[in-house]
Design a protein around this ligand. Structure first.
Ligand SMILES: Cc1cc2nc3c(=O)[nH]c(=O)nc-3n(C[C@H](O)[C@H](O)[C@H](O)COP(=O)(O)OP(=O)(O)OC[C@H]3O[C@@H](n4cnc5c(N)ncnc54)[C@H](O)[C@@H]3O)c2cc1C
Length: 500
């Protein structure tokens, strides 16, 4: 299955900005969007430098067109669930399909749960507003109302006064006397009669109907909905959250990363106060942070770096591989090459048995330990991905030559096969299955090889090669918890036809 570098859920201001950074960073990126940006109710957007007055859906369409130039893929769909694992995330769609990625950006915004007042929802974004910075200029100097349904609107109620001298607060909750005093001191009227409906012509507002039967004239009404972030599809991951006066939001660090190392979040889904420019900024920051994390990981996974890290501490018990010993013991010594020899136990055993043995490994630390252990064998530090061994050999061995990072194993083995002299052999010992105590798909490099897999990858000419061994052997080991267990090893040995 294809694995994206990054999936961005949400194609609004935050998600598009993150995707633009990722696309321009040559990251294979998929944006998934359900097509309902929070500001879709408004005809025009303000407070967005260079885009003042642009229709919200036009900005999204332009952003989407820009992303196409960078190869960012787009899917109109809803995400139902995200699962995270050590190497990435799996994203499940509403149709049951799944996409995988190394990193995830959540930019799904929020829903404003509006006060339940007849006539309010249909005017949301036109004459019922929440943000004076977005729409205050357009109603400046007019008759403005503030419907206070929450104590968290104290700031909003004061703010609106900046845009008009004619402000009325409809107090649906009890107000603190000191706050009432402040409002009145700046000429703000306070109405405590309950609001029953909004009245007006279409989406235009002319007044607020009160329980007393009176209609208080206003041209626009500011209020606040409860913020419900769109993050239910992450609920089972139990990510850290921050409780705020306006709701519970995913916690993110300064780079937008959540408590899951593969998941970042930006925009209204984590910050209800973010307008379009702030959401864009947060998205751009997260896009860069995700690319930066992937860059680090790409370097960590460069084979030379990865294996040097694995051999930072001594790994080897000094004991040669039991299967190799069993199989090779009866063979006439000659020239032997041990591919991916690590700290050299097998190579050293071969040398001690009279073989002219050479071991090659990518890790300088491992080879230094092998060289320190014997002078009877030759060792080379080389990346077999680019270095092709020279010489002719009577035996080429590769034991557990499997890797969780890039390794063109089949090509390397075919090159080695070409170096085997007539009558010589190739012996492959590989992990056939994960250890019984680990169901982790990445155990032992994530690739498990049957004898059939090995032979198919070698694609040897049957007129020139004979298969001497092709089987799975069970090796007794001690499990990490100290109990006896077994590991399954695939053992394949092929022989080039001797010269007549
Ligand atoms: C009425 C109104 C007017 C506004 N006017 C302005 C303004 O003039 N200027 C300004 O700066 N700000 C304005 N805002 C604020 C602005 O809407 C937000 O700042 C901005 O939309 C936040 O961007 P975002 O990318 O975080 O979320 P959004 O723009 O809401 O985008 C989130 C996207 O994620 C998608 N999504 C959600 N869940 C899923 C899922 N499970 N699977 C797939 N996709 C999903 C949604 O469909 C949506 O397309 C306004 C807000 C409102 C309510």
């Amino acid at each position: 299955m294809e694995t994206w570098d990054a999936i961005v859920i949400g194609g609004g201001a935050a998600g598009l900005s993150a995707a633009q950074m990722l696309g321009r960073s040559r990251r294979r990126t998929l944006v998934i969007d359900a097509g309902s940006p929070r500001n879709r109710f408004a005809a025009h957007m303000h407070g967005v430098l260079g885009q003042d007055g642009t229709a919200p859906l036009d900005l999204v369409a332009r952003g989407r067109a820009e992303l196409e130039a960078y190869g960012v893929a787009w899917r109109e769909a809803s995400v139902l669930r995200v699962d995270a694992h050590a190497a990435g995330v799996a994203v499940t769609f509403d149709d049951g399909s799944v996409e995988n990625a190394r990193a995830l950006v959540v930019a799904t915004g929020l829903t404003d749960e509006l006060p339940d007042v007849p006539g309010l929802a249909e005017r949301w974004g036109t004459s019922v507003l929440h943000c004076p910075y977005c729409h205050g200029w357009e109603v400046r100097g007019r008759r403005l109302g503030v419907l206070m349904v929450s104590p968290h609107q104290v700031h909003q109620a004061q703010l609106v006064r900046q845009w008009s001298d004619d402000v009325v607060v409809f107090a649906a909750i009890p107000l603190d006397p000191a706050f009432e005093h402040r409002l009145r001191a700046r000429g703000v009227e306070i109405v405590t009669d309950a609001v029953t409906a909004l009245v007006g012509d279409g989406t235009a507002l002319t007044g607020v109907a009160l329980e007393s039967g009176a209609v208080h004239p206003v041209d626009a009404l500011f209020t606040m909905g409860a913020a419900r972030p769109h993050d239910a599809f992450l609920a089972h991951l139990d990510l850290d959250r921050t409780e705020t006066p306006v709701g519970s939001f995913l916690s993110v660090d300064a780079t937008g990363r959540t408590s899951s190392p593969r998941i970042w979040a930006a925009g209204n889904v984590v910050n209800p106060m973010a307008n379009v420019p702030l959401s864009m900024g947060a998205g751009a920051l997260v896009g860069g942070a995700v690319n930066g994390a992937l860059v680090e990981e790409d370097f960590d996974n460069a084979p030379a770096v990865y294996w040097e890290g694995r051999y930072a501490d001594r790994l080897w018990s000094g004991t040669p591989n039991r299967t190799l010993v069993d199989v090779v013991e009866g063979l006439e010594p000659g020239r032997a090459l041990d591919l991916g020899c690590g700290e050299g136990a097998d190579t050293i055993w071969l040398a001690e048995r009279g073989w002219d043995a050479t071991g090659i490994d990518i890790s300088a630390s491992a080879i230094a330990r092998a060289r320190a252990a014997t002078t009877r064998a030759r060792f080379e530090v080389a990346d077999l991905g680019s270095h092709r061994p020279a010489g002719d050999y009577d035996l080429v061995t590769a034991s557990f030559f499997q890797s969780p990072v890039a390794l063109d194993r089949a090509r390397i083995l075919r090159d080695a096969v070409a170096r085997i002299a007539p009558g010589g052999r190739l012996l492959l010992i590989s992990h056939a299955a994960p250890p019984p105590w680990s169901t982790h798909a990445h155990a032992h490099g994530g690739t498990f090889l049957s004898p059939g897999d090995e032979l198919a990858a070698l694609a040897l000419d049957p007129s020139e090669w004979t298969t001497e061994l092709a089987e799975v052997r069970h090796r007794p080991v001690t499990a990490p918890d100290g109990t006896p267990s077994t590991l399954d090893d695939t053992v394949v040995m092929v022989r080039r036809t001797p010269r007549p």
